[in-house]
Every structure is written in structure tokens, then in C-alpha cells.
Write a protein that binds this ligand. Structure first.
Ligand code: ZN
Length: 413
């Protein structure tokens, strides 16, 4: 058995990366030189935001990511709204602002398995095509189920029984081009020198949704690990982390781990490096790393896009002091410090740039120069969901770009 031991130090961050669908990649250098298109631009202050919001886009159908149901909902692939569940599946309609159980049985209380919307104790949820996928975990075990949105019919895709010395939990991580990636977490418990220890192993399982065929992705061993950021039928873009070679400085996760964005072949498990720390690769903790076939990543002062379909890497813009970045609504977002770290009176600015033009526009951000006023986390077709005033809020994309945060509604999952 190939165990992936997770450093306790890094557990939180790895979980964050894992649950949030991290990703990274690099162009196979021997086949595709990085293109530095004429669209690459350098930000000064960026164009100030005007009165007209930019064009918005529906969520891409491929590379749909799953969400922890306690933290987020998942955008519907077929309607402008999102699904959520604690035990029974609900749909929130963005137009009406109302949430309903996906069950029309007269008199149903939606509280047991006779309900058409029933799933059970859901941990994570993912919507893809005409189905919803969920991980369901209880004392007996963990299972991955698929549910038809039209009929409510539920089938079990895979399951694992809890055992005395090991417990299982699963997470529906990503769906793309007819395949589902499930992260299986196995916790081993054992006694040593009078104390109880737990070792956690994380496995990545890939399911073909048509044939039911499954395979484990064995791309890391020992203290190394990886997070799949995006995939199609042939390849997966992966953020790979492994113990640093040579002397390490400091003890934070980034300092003891080498990070690389890689592209793995799903047919023969070979890989090419898209970006490494030598290239100035810098990861983001934001969950919005992939957008359809595109993966966003930072290389020194550049924000780059890797196109999984074209197998191409390109620079979309450059900016100094980038401290966070992500991709949503067909746009690259980034936060930069206006002055270098440690400078008194440090301020930040937040920008978005259309991925085609790379032209950054500075968000008003409610006049806030310290933090992102409305921290967008995930999106539906017409709306963003994020943190505002210490809570989770849903806001139309139009209102978000126009800095009209007062139009936001509480909720969002
Ligand atoms: Zn019901």
C-alpha cells in the first residue's frame, strides 16, 4: 500500500488546498514554449472602475469543483442558482432568492429516505451535467452517491466500510469530461508508548461516470502529495508538493516544501513541469484556481494561464507585490500590496482583468485599502458568494462590480 503521510504541520494548509481544489501546471518545455502574447500588460494603477460593469459569464460546464456543504453551495449547471444540502437536496433560485427542496411529494417532511431529495449526512456536494454527486459519511462508512436532478433517483458509486483501526471519509473533489475525482481520507489509529496516534492518508480516486471504472492516482509517495487543479480526458494539472531538497529555511509549509505545477498524463502517469519554484511559482490559497480548461498561477510578477485543451501557457499580466490571486467569471483577480511588505501605512489594491485582454481594472472595494471588503469565494451564473461583514453573502455580479455591496443578501449556502 502506498501511503501518503501528511506532515501535521502542513495539515491545515493541505486540507485547505485539497478542499478548495488547488492547482498548478507548466507548459511541457520541449513541446510548447511559453507564449508572451501582445495581450500581456503591466499594471500601474490600473484603469479605475467606471459606472458600467464588465460582461459576466455563466460558470463553465467542465472542471466543476465540489464543496464542503458547511462552507458553500455548488452552482447548478442547468439553471441560475445553486444546490446545498444537509441531508436533503435544496435548490436556491438566484432570480427569486428562494430555496426549495428538490421534492414535490405532497406532505413530505424531507426528513428521511422516502423523500425524493434525500441524500443522508452529506459532507460534500458537486453538481455536474444533470446530476448531483455527494459524499455521505456515518458510523458505518463513507459512500459517494450520484443523484439524478430530474428524477431524484440515487445510486451508490462507491463505498468504504468503517473498521476498528481505520476510519474513512470521502470528498467529491472535481468533475470534468465525464470523470469524477474523489478524495478518500483514511485515518489510522494506533497506540505507541501509552499514547494514541493518528496517521492520515489521502488517496485520489478517479471514476469514469459512464463505465464506473475507477483507478487510484499514485503520483506521490512518502511526505509528498498533490492536488488536482483541473483535468480533461487525457491530462490533469496538479499542484505537487514534496519535501525540499537541501537545507530548509524556516518551518512554514511553503518553506519546507517544494511546490511545482505539473501536468500528468492520465494514460501513462508521466508528467511535465509547467512551473516550479525556480520559475518563481507562487501558489494561492484561494479556491478559484481553475476555470473550465484554464488554470491560473503566478510566476514572479506575472499571472499566467495554462490552457489544458491547447497545452499552452501564457502570461496574462504582470504586477508587482501580488499577494493573492484567483480566477472567476472569466477574469483573473488579484490583490497587490501598494508598497512592499514592512512599509509603514501598508495598503492594498484589488484588480480584475478579463482573461482575453489582461487589462486590469481596479475595484473600488468600498474604499477599503486594508482588506478585500467583499471577499468573493465562489460563483454561480449571475452571482458571487463571499464573506462580507463577517458573514456569508450572495451578491449579483453586477452589484459586486459596481461596488454596490448593500444589495447583497445573507446566505449563499
Ligand atoms: Zn421530500
Amino acid at each position: 500500500m502506498n501511503r501518503e503521510r501528511i506532515l501535521p504541520l502542513a495539515l491545515g494548509l493541505i486540507l485547505l488546498l485539497g478542499l478548495c481544489a488547488g492547482c498548478v501546471q507548466e507548459v511541457p518545455p520541449e513541446t510548447t514554449p511559453p507564449s508572451r502574447g501582445p495581450e500581456a500588460t503591466t499594471t500601474g494603477e490600473g484603469i479605475p472602475q467606471g459606472d458600467t460593469p464588465p460582461q459576466s459569464y455563466p460558470v463553465p460546464q467542465e472542471n466543476r469543483r465540489g464543496a464542503d456543504v458547511l462552507l458553500a453551495g455548488v452552482a447548478s449547471p442547468r439553471a441560475d442558482g445553486y444546490y446545498s444540502a444537509s441531508q436533503a437536496l435544496k435548490f436556491y433560485d438566484a432570480k427569486s432568492g428562494k430555496a426549495v427542496f428538490l421534492c414535490s411529494q405532497p406532505g413530505c417532511t424531507h426528513s428521511d429516505s422516502t423523500c425524493r431529495a434525500w441524500l443522508g449526512p452529506v459532507g460534500s456536494l458537486l453538481a455536474y451535467g444533470d446530476e448531483v454527486f455527494a459524499s455521505v459519511t456515518d458510523d458505518r462508512g463513507t459512500s459517494v452517491v450520484r443523484k439524478s436532478i430530474a428524477t431524484g433517483e440515487t445510486t451508490v458509486l462507491d463505498s468504504w466500510e468503517q473498521q476498528e483501526e481505520r476510519t474513512y471519509s470521502s470528498f467529491v473533489h472535481r468533475c470534468s469530461y465525464g470523470r469524477l475525482l474523489v478524495i478518500l481520507t483514511i485515518s489510522f489509529h494506533y497506540w505507541e508508548d501509552g499514547a494514541i496516534y493518528q496517521e492520515t492518508v489521502r488517496e485520489n480516486w478517479l471514476y469514469d461516470l459512464e463505465t464506473g471504472e475507477k483507478r487510484k492516482l499514485d503520483w506521490a509517495s512518502g511526505d509528498a502529495g498533490f492536488t488536482v487543479c483541473a483535468m480533461n480526458r487525457e491530462y490533469a494539472v496538479v499542484e505537487y508538493y514534496g519535501p525540499q531538497k537541501g537545507e530548509t529555511q524556516g518551518n512554514s509549509w511553503e518553506q519546507v516544501m517544494d511546490l511545482e505545477l505539473r501536468q500528468y498524463s492520465l494514460s501513462d502517469d508521466s508528467y511535465t513541469v509547467i512551473s516550479s519554484e525556480e520559475d518563481g511559482y507562487a501558489f494561492t490559497a484561494h479556491p478559484g484556481k481553475a476555470y473550465g480548461d484554464l488554470v491560473v498561477f503566478q510566476e514572479r510578477d506575472a499571472l499566467c494561464l495554462y490552457d489544458l485543451k491547447k497545452q499552452e501557457k501564457r502570461e496574462t499580466l504582470t504586477a508587482e507585490n501580488i499577494i493573492n490571486y484567483w480566477i472567476l467569471d472569466n477574469k483573473v483577480f488579484f490583490i497587490r500590496e501598494d508598497s512592499p511588505q514592512g512599509t509603514p501605512g501598508r495598503t492594498i489594491s484589488i484588480y480584475y482583468a478579463d482573461i482575453e485582454t489582461g487589462q486590469p481594472v481596479r475595484l473600488e472595494n468600498g474604499g477599503n485599502r486594508e482588506v478585500m471588503e467583499f471577499g468573493i469565494h465562489w460563483e454561480g451564473d449571475s452571482f458571487f458568494v463571499g464573506n462580507w461583514k463577517g458573514g456569508s453573502y450572495i451578491i449579483s455580479k453586477r452589484d459586486f462590480y459596481l461596488d454596490n455591496y448593500e444589495a447583497a443578501r445573507p446566505g449563499g449556502y
